[in-house]
Design a protein around this ligand. Structure first.
Ligand SMILES: O=C(O)c1ccc[n+]([C@@H]2O[C@H](COP(=O)([O-])O)[C@@H](O)[C@H]2O)c1
Ligand SMILES: Cc1cc2nc[nH]c2cc1C
Length: 358
């Protein structure tokens, strides 16, 4: 049996009747018709997720999965692979302001989201820390970093399934802790290369159309990176979504896919951050189109290939701040907009209640 079958079979479409009631309610609220713009669309989609025309989502969590990549030895990033474990320590360190000194920690602290960090296969001996979650090991060793997708499959099928299920388990934990919004996030030097390969294969595009500068590579490195993605795609003809993920993917991308599937299965909101997160979302909707009902893209991301991912998903981002960080940082920034959208349905008066002539 497909090890994902029990998870996939729990994902049902959003509640269309609740969405229709929310749409009708938006029309009665005290504002000119349509005047809340995209907040109205978001509020109706949230009604579908929570099965209520007055959705009341509570907690939020950002789940940052970290992994290393064989291809990072291949000059595809502007930074060395040692940054990945160093940033994991930065996510966990105590600072004067509180736990964690990275952008995602600060944004989450500012906006009231809880941060969970996951070692999905980082190439370093990380110390035990109460806030550091290890990927559940399948029978055998968890490798520290994937193989180089340019020459061979990045992950085995067993590793791929193990990481998907580990990501699902962490999302389950965060939901048990009270999260109704799950923001999958990632850290992994080199990971815009696997994300580009996955996106190119699943959308049938050329490497050059979806390969961007990541951490900021120059023109020469970008041309080399496009060549690496093209070689990887030329090496393997796979099109099955899980095979594509295993062949070109990353441990943290597989973990984020698991987080997304579990969040959809539990009818909570998946707040979608950038391009690397988008590659996991493409695998998810290829496996299970209904997962798209639970996806809420945060901001437009400056990475080449992000716009085409969202166009394929048929979803519009909420803002454009030129972000290209990852970590789930953009997703955390979207939380106030999503909360505000739900609050309009719950708390605004109707024309009739307020005695305003409609
Ligand atoms: O997800 C994105 O949109 C995104 C865009 C550019 C960079 N990143 C982050 O930068 C790293 C990947 O960039 P690179 O150049 O090493 O492939 C990784 O740690 C990601 O979190 C992430
Ligand atoms: C410093 C640094 C922080 C990051 N956070 C996500 N990707 C990153 C890449 C670098 C290089």
């Amino acid at each position: 049996m497909n090890p994902l079958y029990p998870l996939l079979s729990r994902i049902v479409p959003a509640d269309r009747a609740a969405m229709a009631r929310a749409q009708a309610r938006q029309a009665q609220l005290t504002k000119p018709a349509g005047a809340l713009g995209d907040l109205e669309t978001l509020s109706v989609r949230l009604a579908g997720v929570f099965g209520s025309e007055q959705p009341a989502p509570q907690g939020a969590a950002v789940l940052v999965a970290a992994g290393d990549h064989g291809v990072a030895q291949d000059s595809v990033s502007a930074y060395p692979p040692e940054v990945t474990p160093a940033m994991v320590m930065n996510f966990l360190t105590e600072t004067r302001a509180g736990p964690g000194g990275a952008a995602v920690n600060v944004l989450a602290r500012t906006l009231g989201a809880r941060v969970y960090v996951m070692d999905a296969g980082v190439d370093a001996e990380l110390p035990t820390h109460p806030a550091l979650h290890r990927a559940a090991l399948y029978q055998g060793e968890q490798r520290r970093g994937t193989r180089n997708l340019r020459f061979e499959a990045a992950m085995s099928p067993e590793e791929t399934y193990a990481l998907i299920l580990a990501g699902a388990a962490l999302a389950r934990r965060a939901i048990e802790d009270g999260a109704d919004f799950i923001v999958p996030g990632e850290m992994g030097i080199g990971n815009t290369t696997p994300a580009a390969a996955i996106t190119a294969r699943l959308l049938g595009l050329d490497a050059a159309e979806v390969t961007g500068r990541g951490t900021g590579v120059d023109d020469e490195r970008l041309a080399h990176k496009v060549g690496v993605v093209r070689e990887a795609l030329g090496r393997s003809p796979v099109t099955d979504p899980i095979a594509v993920l295993a062949e070109f993917g990353g441990f943290e991308i597989a973990a984020m896919l698991g987080m997304m599937l579990e969040t959809a299965a539990q009818r909570r909101v998946i707040v979608l951050d950038g391009f690397v997160e988008g590659s996991a979302a493409l695998v998810g909707t290829a496996l299970c189109p209904q997962m798209g009902d639970y996806l809420f893209p945060a901001g437009h991301c400056a990475e080449r290939g992000h716009a085409v991912q969202l166009a394929h998903l048929g979803l519009k981002p909420m803002f454009d701040l030129g972000l290209r960080l990852g970590e789930g940082s953009g997703g955390v920034l979207a939380l106030p907009l999503l909360r505000a959208a739900a609050a309009t349905l719950r708390e605004m008066q109707t024309f009739e209640e307020a005695g305003v002539p409609g």
